[in-house]
Design a binder for this molecule. Sequence first.
Ligand code: CO
Ligand code: CO
Ligand code: CO
Length: 301
Amino acid sequence: MDDAGVYKLTEDTALIQTLDFFTPIVDDPFLFGQIAAANSLSDIYAMGGIPLTALNIVCFPAKSEDLALLGEILKGGAEKIKEAGAILLGGHSVEDAEPKYGLSVTGIVHPNKIITNATARLGDVLILTKPLGTGILTTALKGGVLNEKDLSFAIKSMTALNRFAAEEMQVVGVSAATDITGFGFLGHAHELALASGVALRINAHKMPLLSNTLEMAEMGLLPGGLHGNRRYLGEKIDISPEVKVALADVLFDPQTSGGLLISLPGEKESLLMDKLKEKGLNPYLVGKVVEGPPGTIYVSA
Ligand code: CO
Ligand code: CO
Ligand code: CO
C-alpha cells in the first residue's frame, strides 16, 4: 500500500518507480501539464527519494484537437521535471477521445533511508504540508462557481512540488510519510495507520483548507470520488457528531498533487516545522498517532 515501488540495486542505492496520469482538471493546458507532473513526481518525494528521470504518458485526440494544446501540456510538464532536477527521457502517446497526461518517474533513495507509510509510531505527531480542497474546488470550477482568486490559490498549491518537504524529511529524520492524493486525507491517513498498526487522532477544525473549500462543500459541490472514498472507508473513520458534515466531506475529498502527511516524534516537530517554513512552505500540525484498532482515524471537533 505504499506510494511507489522500490527495488534495491546496490548496498547504497534503491530504485523508486511510479506512474500516474489523468484527465485535465483545469482549462489551461500549460497549468494542467504542471499539475499532472507535480502529482506524478510526488510519489517519489513521499518515499524520501530524488527523482532522476521521467517519461511522458499521453492520450490525445490528435484528429479533432489542436496539437498546440498538447504542446502546452508537455511544456508545463517539462518545466516541473526540470524544477525537480530530473531529466525527461521520452514517452509514449496514443490517440484517445479524451486527453490524459502524466509521468512515469524513476528516482533513487539510500536503502536505509526509504520513508514508507508503514512505520508511524505511537506518540508521533502528524504534519501536513498542503491545505485540502482541490477536488471540491475543481468541481466548483466545472460548475462555473469558482472565483479567479480561489482558483489561483488551488493552482498554486497543485503545481507546487513536494521536493523541499522530501528533502527536509531526510535531514530531520521522520517515522513515516505518504502523499495525499485520490483517496483523500482520510484515505491516505487510514493506509498509513493500517500499515503501521496504529490509530490516528485528527482535529477537524485544525485541518488546513484552501480558501472557500468549506463554502463550496456546503453548496454540495462534491466530486464523485469523495463519495467513493467515504463508502470505502466506512466505519474505519470515527467522526465525532460535533463535526459539521461539510467539514467531514472535505476530509474525504480526493486531492490532486496534495501535500505530504508526515509522522514524526514530537521532539522533532518544531525543527521540521522551522525548516519547512524556511523553504517557503506552510506546514500544519494536524494530529497524532494514538492507540486503537489499526487503521482507525478518530476525527474530533
Ligand atoms: Co502517493
Ligand atoms: Co500515485
Ligand atoms: Co512507444
